[in-house]
Design a protein around this ligand. Sequence first.
Ligand code: XMP
Length: 178
Amino acid sequence: MDTPRVLIHAHRLRRRVRQLGRELSHDLAGQRPLFVPLLDGCFCFVADLVRAIHHPDLRLHFARSSSYHGGTQSSGEPVLADIPDCTGRSVVLVDDILDTGNTLSRMSAALRAAGAERLLTCVLLDKPARRQVPIEADYVGFTVPDLFVVGYGLDHGDRHRHLPHVCSLAAPDADSPA
Ligand code: XMP
């Protein structure tokens, strides 16, 4: 459980995040986008993503939601700590991974209630095998199997966030991280 194995190499992350940036640049043209990244897990993803987006009026508001508390099982009760004023904005909620769906559905509802004119969701990873709430993200980087993943911002008890690759903590056939 402790040795990270590479699941998605850094060069594949770079390529896919650039593609997502191009799609979002196109889809948000003429709108007033407000990106709301959920810290801490998506700090690498959102930093790369927004630099791949071309838009004259992109705003960012960092928010925090936590349901893991250092373990590998969600408590199922994520809370959005800092809700921005979303009036008149196309809000893009960005998260590292869509797992049970609790976080994305609760945060989407909170941002709609805060006045979002349009609500889009963008996740680096989707782990559909564990879904409890029927929700899909509008933009997905990669679909991953039912493994606990770390690296590229994702952590296990605050470890492994700095790894450049997305790694699994228990993938028997994957390569070792560089
Ligand atoms: P839910 O279950 O609400 O989960 O969709 C979303 C949040 O849970 C965290 N999460 C993970 N973090 N490796 C991680 O480092 C994982 O495999 C994992 N699965 C869920 C994550 O913070 C996400 O925002």
